[in-house]
Design a protein around this ligand. Structure first.
Ligand code: ATP
Ligand code: MG
Length: 400
């Protein structure tokens, strides 16, 4: 099969391909970008595979970065100022521990390289002239909307168990179904996920949650029992199916995805941090999810109050966006307006601070200052006093 038109992203990269070929090596576009062109989806990173060894590729280009040279990947900064990852054909035949190998063997054969890829729809190579090399009938699987492991699924998943999670996230992103032997092999090998680092599982799980066909992906995630080997999800099949049954809308951000998951799991507020820590999410993410969950639990029960808007901050918009998952209306525009109208948005915006309070009092500094400031903050938010230094100092004198 030959592409009728070569997308701009590939055209721009053609000089890189040509340079490698002029030096006597083979070079092709490979991986997700070829799949995405065939699906008429937008392309991100254009990856190149070559028969040239890393040192040979580095010798051809003036600006290169060793991003993963032990795995055969060299990043090239091309004349068009774009960067391209160029990876030497390789096999990964010596697996002992069900994880991505530390050592790979470089080979000169494209077929050997394509054989170790995960799914047929990810195992295409695209030639300079638009010809698609399809050694594993990936085009048929694309047309039939099927995720099928390359050759023997058991072998693929035992070589690198992460591939099972990747398969589920492609289901969720593309709305494809798992080919039956591939599904059976995931079910049989799901416990191997225990060998995979949480960081790698996290990346695929978040992509699964953000996929347009999340519900289908989650159902397979439960059916194949992969969830049993993910942090904090052991025995949570029923909660995950509740998540799968939420309305179809796509989730926009990672923080919102974790918030919805936690809501379905119905964990106590204290359990949120350990759960997310076990997933190795960042501290910033944990803070935001805690904030969203607090806002969501409040908002599902009642209208925003000034103090709650103030506490949740700009995240009120993200909270509103979650209401449709619980059959309520998204009122983010209204909530944003209300939030903008608050007299203050941070304690720093209060017209007086600790310094002014101490200057107008004969008491020594102490905890009372911050307590008083907090009272004034609430009084301003609730419209009991204007955010004006004179009015606030009068109120401070009355309360202090
Ligand atoms: P995305 O569009 O999300 O980037 P992708 O398919 O490009 O999806 P990458 O992780 O960027 O995924 O990998 C690029 C290609 O490398 C894949 O298409 C696949 O051919 C191969 N690949 C990646 N991870 C694995 C793996 N664990 N096992 C086998 N092949 C893999
Ligand atoms: Mg990619």
């Amino acid at each position: 099969m030959r592409l009728k038109t070569i997308p701009e992203e590939f055209k721009k990269a053609l000089p890189v391909l040509s340079k490698i070929k002029a030096a006597g090596y083979e070079a092709y576009f490979v991986g997700g970008s070829v799949r995405d062109v065939l699906l008429a989806k937008p392309i991100h990173d254009v990856d190149i595979a070559t028969s040239g060894f890393p040192e040979e590729i580095k010798a051809l280009f003036s600006r290169t970065i060793d991003v993963g040279i032990q795995h055969g990947t060299v990043m090239v900064l091309a004349d068009n100022q774009e960067t391209y990852e160029i990876t030497t054909f390789r096999t990964e035949s010596t697996y002992q521990d069900f994880r991505r190998p530390d050592q790979v063997e470089f080979v000169r054969s494209l077929a050997e390289d394509l054989k170790r890829r995960d799914f047929t729809i990810n195992a295409f190579a695209l030639e300079e002239d638009g010809e698609i090399i399809d050694l594993f009938d990936g085009l048929e699987d694309l047309a039939a909307k099927i995720i099928r492991a390359v050759r023997n699924p058991h072998e693929r998943f035992r070589e690198d168990a992460l591939r099972m999670m990747r398969g589920l996230r492609f289901v969720s992103q593309l709305g494809f179904s798992l080919e039956s032997e591939t599904a059976a092999a995931i079910e049989e090998n799901h416990a191997l996920l225990a060998k995979i680092s949480v960081e790698r599982i996290n990346v695929e799980f978040v992509k699964l949650l953000l996929g347009e066909y999340r519900s289908l992906g989650l159902k397979y995630f439960v059916e194949t029992e992969c969830f049993e080997y993910c942090p904090g999800l052991k025995n949570q099949g029923a909660a995950l199916l509740r998540f799968a049954d939420l309305p179809e809308d796509t989730i926009k951000t990672e923080a919102q995805a974790w918030t919805l998951l936690l809501k379905c799991l119905d964990l106590s507020p204290e359990a949120v941090e350990p759960f997310l820590k076990a997933w190795k999410t960042s501290n910033q993410m944990i803070k935001q999810v805690q904030n969203l969950l607090k806002g969501l639990n409040f908002r599902l029960e009642q209208e925003w109050t000034a103090t709650m808007l103030y506490e949740i901050g700009a995240d009120v918009i993200l909270v509103e966006e979650l209401r449709p998952f619980f059959s309520q209306e998204n009122q983010s525009l209204l909530a944003e307006k209300k939030y903008q109208k608050l007299p203050i948005h941070h304690l720093q915006e209060l017209a007086i601070g600790g310094k002014e309070i101490l200057a107008s009092s004969d008491q020594p500094p102490g905890k009372w200052v911050s307590e008083l400031l907090h009272e004034l903050e609430l009084a301003v938010l609730n419209g009991e006093v204007a955010n004006d230094s004179k009015a606030l100092l009068t109120m401070a004198a009355e309360k202090g």
